[in-house]
Every structure is written in structure tokens, then in C-alpha cells.
Design a binder for this molecule. Sequence first.
Ligand SMILES: [Zn+2]
Length: 183
Amino acid sequence: MEDVGILIEKWREIYKAEVKSKKKLREEVKLTPENYFNIVRPFFTKISPEDREYVRTFRMILYGMLKYSPSLRTLILRGAGYNLACRLVETGEIKSIDDLPKVFLNQKIGLLDIIEESFSRMKVNIYECISCYQAPPIGRTLCDFEAGLIQGVMEDLVGKNITREIYCWGLGNSFCGFEVIFE
Ligand SMILES: [Zn+2]
């Protein structure tokens, strides 16, 4: 298996270059089954050849929710991630912030990278994200489940916070970036 640490280093270079370049983002399009369902995540496909299938199923649900109601989708996915976080801390699967990347890796949600950590704020990236990797730019973020999960874990381990997704494939980036601001 390719070393995850080395891979994350490579992704971090892409992140740094992209944030610095302030390149003009690609033109927005509409999200469709054609441009959203069928993607190949290189790392996760290597460790799990059926990656494409379960990602497709997961995205079918996310897409259906978006079609039904974008605002309800955000609320429900945020809440689902948040509640899951409480459970993971309760059961001891997450005991410290260091356990968070492991859960994201084991559940194939994405490669989680903690960029910055201080008592007042954190920056967290996700690479090959199950919700948005290779999605076209659509003018909005897509990773509410992941945001809720990060927010919930940080609340239980550190304290109340506001977690926002700043970078996302849905916004034209090549990764997800979350900012956690503690109250
Ligand atoms: Zn995203």
C-alpha cells in the first residue's frame, strides 16, 4: 500500500500552490448524474477496488437529496455527521484529534489532513473526498456530512465551534478545506 503520509504530502503541495495562485476558477455548470456519479479515486481504488461502486451509491443519495431540497440536504447531512461524531467519541473510536484521520481513512470518506491547529482555530483538508472529489464547479460546497462530522468531533474533544467549508470541488478547487473557529 502506498504510504498515506507521502500521498498527503503531495496533496498538501497541490493545496498550497492552488491557494497561492488564486487562479480563476472554472466556469460553473449544473450538477448532473453524468458529471457527478462516475469518478475514480486513485488512492481509495488502490486499497479497495470496488471504490467506484459504493461512491456511486453514496452520491446517488446525495444527489437525490440535492434535487429534493438543497437546504434540507445541508441540514440533514450536517446533523447526520454531527450525531455520528458524538457516537464515535462516546464509543471511544475517537479519543483524540489524531483518531479523526483514521476514521476518515477506514470509512473511505477521504484523506484527512490537519493543516493548522491552535487553541482558537483549526484548518482541516480532505483529499479524494467521497462527496465531492472530481465534482464539477457548481458554485456551492458539497461536503456537509464531512463538515458536521468535523464540527461534532471538535466540539466533543475541544469545545463549541463553527465549522465552515471554504474550499471544495464544488467551488472549483481540487480538495476540500474546512475552517474550525472555536468560540
Ligand atoms: Zn468538498
